[in-house]
Design a binder for this molecule. Structure first.
Ligand SMILES: [Fe+2]
Ligand SMILES: [Fe+2]
Length: 221
């Protein structure tokens, strides 16, 4: 059969996702590819804290957490898309994952400007989140969409906290986080409009705990 008319099998999807995951979780250490959307910028603001200052180290810690979060966000969407039943739901998940990829690249670019690097644990977050996303997806599309609304709601809260903690002079990172926040709100609203189911409280609690573990470690390593 001609390769152009060959159907995309679940194995093809898995292999393409693994390839993407390797690139996403090592990006910043192997060199980033160009972002889909240009990085948001703060008009008239300075370049952010100078490398080597306490402010730049604090900003880098926060942006490393956000970078790890974007690796995980992408992996969750990839895992969920892998097992999604409805092709339209899968297309929505893959489109959202591409936006998370923009976020990932913007965070990587800020880390470089701050003289720092992504978390060494990024491949671990990718692999764990891919499995978690697939597990959530196996519960059916409504549960999977519910998982997205809950994840994005928690990410929105997390970004609010980081916007408050970011050094005042780091306007470039602030512009990135603000655009990310508005994209995450849109992802959650989109999932909700597609019929997301409410998740049981223990699962929501477990999701918060996992996120805490990641944010606590990625700030430092
Ligand atoms: Fe994101
Ligand atoms: Fe998102």
């Amino acid at each position: 059969m001609h390769p152009d008319i060959r159907h995309i099998t679940p194995l093809d999807r898995l292999l393409s996702i693994i390839d993407h995951g390797l690139k996403a979780s090592t990006r910043g250490t192997t060199g980033a590819s160009p972002a889909g959307r240009a990085m948001p910028t703060a008009d008239g603001a300075g370049p952010g804290p100078a490398v080597g200052t306490p402010a730049s180290r604090h900003s880098a810690g926060l942006m490393r957490v956000n970078h790890a979060g974007e690796v995980a966000a992408q992996a969750l969407y990839h895992g969920q898309a892998l097992v999604a039943r409805d092709p339209e739901v899968r297309a929505f998940m893959l489109a959202a994952a591409r936006e998370e990829d923009d976020h990932l690249k913007w965070c990587a670019e800020r880390l470089r400007a701050l003289g720092s690097r992504p978390s060494v644990l990024d491949p671990v977050w990718y692999a764990g989140s891919l499995a978690l996303g697939a597990l959530a997806g196996l519960g059916g599309d409504a549960v999977s969409l519910g998982f997205i609304t809950e994840t994005e709601r928690q990410v929105e809260g997390h970004l609010d906290e980081h916007l408050a903690r970011l050094p005042a002079e780091d306007a470039p990172s602030r512009a990135v986080l603000e655009q990310m926040r508005s994209d995450e709100i849109a992802h959650g609203a989109n999932a909700r409009s597609r019929g997301a189911a409410a998740l049981p409280a223990p699962i929501r609690w477990l999701m918060r705990l996992t996120a805490k573990l990641m944010t606590a470690s990625a700030y430092w390593i």
